[in-house]
Ligand binder design. Structure first.
Ligand code: FAD
Length: 465
């Protein structure tokens, strides 16, 4: 086999995906530059009380805030499952750290900082540099990456790379529900991207200030809130808000008929089917027949994939939230392996998957691993899209994985010569999911998987040897 080739690679974003990509690319011998718009690493995990100037996050001219993390957020996965395989997420025992098994967001950020420091990635990251254009160089082979100082400070820079790995995250560009009658509905709307914590001194909701602090508002004026969504943040936020709101009505497309009605253990939260229509007098009508006059609609309705800087001459497009065509959610056949994406799948355990995706990309770029031909990749993508269509799965769920994630991870592991995902990790993920559904209030603080924890810590100990 020819010796591996060292490439110049630009990584866009220093969240968990970008940092993982940088580590794997460097391990393979590539020369890596990571561009990060913010002044620090961590992406999603960099909590800020700041919210955007458009609470729905739709105005393209709004001041963009990257993170969607709210103050009360604790992880929805146990730390053993969540961490990178090469760098377990264990409690450090250091002062000021959060030792809980499902820690707060600050602990995840600290963990990512430790990872960066330990693996020496820091010198590869250019902080405060926003990439505003990625496109083909004149030689039609390499990539030009154009960046500038974040916040419009100029200092434009163009650099040419053999390959680009896109790791810009996908929890910053809100999707909102399409509600019949919304143009006439008089209440306030907000997307969960802009949900944080009270700041009583800045809240001016009723007088029109755009800085939203919903909890402070709810304390002052007990409101009726309709929250749309059923994913993890909808679960958390509905309970957070219910401490202050008069009523919280959760509208969910997937509400099971026998669960419609009051949330167990709560006096002021109700589950409904989806919203049917909203009206000029403030009424919100649900498909289950219930109607209420509401003050606020809170959209916990997810996000759009968004790559405003990427110019591929239509080789990669985003259509109804499908980024494609991509082979195994990573490589566009016509540009592979020189353009790749890390971190597109959702409803997954992200960090270990980032490692596996990155390792494969790194190995293919160096020539150590062989990639299928463009024709083979295209045939595989077409078969995948057809299978989604045959199962009646809309395009927007192309990158949703859930339980199929481990099959995908193991496929990637086999491709890149890594061991498959650990059995304890798979089981722990499934057990956590079940407990989250059956005991949503307590699953983060009480558990029954000590045997799986023992296997995990046994393995972590071996890693340290
Ligand atoms: P991000 O963390 O979003 O990082 C992307 C980076 O790219 C950012 O730093 C951004 O500034 C940078 N960037 C973007 N555009 C540019 C540009 N043009 N130029 C330069 N830099 C750019 N996962 C879990 O494992 N457990 C959890 O409990 C969990 N809870 C979550 C809760 C919420 C509310 C959300 C939104 C997500 C949660 N996740 C959770 C998923 C989480 O997003 C992933 O864990 C992971 O952090 C995503 O990493 P990423 O690197 O793909 O994206």
């Amino acid at each position: 086999m020819p010796s591996p080739i060292s490439r110049t690679v630009a990584v866009i974003g220093a969240g968990a995906a970008g940092v993982s990509a940088a580590v794997e690319l460097r391990r393979e011998g590539h020369r890596v530059v990571v561009y990060e718009r913010e002044e620090k690493l961590g992406g999603t995990w960099v909590y800020t009380p700041q919210t955007e100037t458009d609470p729905l996050g739709l105005d393209p001219t709004r001041d963009v805030v990257h993170s969607s993390v709210y103050a009360s957020l604790r992880t929805n996965l146990p730390r053993e499952v969540m961490g990178f395989r090469a760098y377990p997420f264990v409690a450090t025992g250091k002062p000021g750290r959060d030792p809980r098994r499902f820690p707060g967001h600050g602990e995840v950020l600290e963990y990512l900082r430790d990872f960066l420091a330990e693996l020496g990635v820091e010198e590869m990251v250019r902080y405060g540099r926003e990439v505003w254009h990625v496109g083909m160089a004149a030689d039609d082979r390499r990539w030009v990456v154009k960046s500038r100082r974040s916040g419009g400070g100029g200092d434009d820079d163009d650099e040419v790379y053999d390959a680009v790995v896109i790791c810009n995250g996908h929890y910053s560009e809100p999707r909102i529900a399409d509600l019949p009658g919304i143009d006439e509905w008089p209440g306030k709307q907000i997307h969960s991207h802009n949900y944080r914590i009270p700041d009583p001194f800045r809240d001016q909701w009723r007088t029109g200030d755009v800085h939203l602090n919903l909890l402070a508002l709810l304390e002052a004026y007990p409101l009726v809130v309709v929250l749309i969504g059923s994913a993890a943040s909808a679960d958390d936020i509905s309970r957070d808000i219910a401490r202050f709101a008069k009523e919280v009505h959760v509208a969910s497309r997937s509400a099971e008929v026998d669960k419609i009605g009051k949330f167990p253990g709560h006096d002021n939260i109700w589950l409904h089917s989806m919203i049917k229509s909203v009206h000029r007098d403030g009424t919100v009508a649900f498909h289950d027949g219930y109607k209420t006059i509401a003050d606020v609609i809170l959209h916990c309705t997810g996000y759009k994939f968004y790559f405003p800087f990427l110019e591929t001459n239509k080789a990669v497009t985003v259509e109804d939230n499908r980024v494609g065509p991509l082979y195994q959610h990573i490589f566009p056949p016509s540009l592979a392996p020189w353009l790749s994406f890390v971190g597109l799948p959702w409803k997954v355990v992200p960090f270990p998957q980032f490692e596996l995706q990155s390792r494969w990309i790194a190995g293919v770029l160096s020539g150590r691993l062989t990639l299928e031909s463009p024709e083979e990749m295209t045939a595989d993508i077409e078969a995948f899209y057809s299978s989604l269509e045959a199962a009646g799965i809309p395009k927007r769920y192309t990158h949703q994985m859930g339980e199929s994630q481990f099959e995908y991870d193991d496929w990637l592991a086999a491709k890149s010569g890594s061991p498959p995902i650990e059995e304890w990790r798979k089981q722990m993920y499934l057990v956590t999911g079940r407990r989250k559904r059956s005991v949503p209030e307590t699953y983060r603080d009480q558990w029954e998987d000590e045997d799986l924890m023992a296997s995990a810590y046994q393995e972590f100990k071996l890693l340290k040897l």
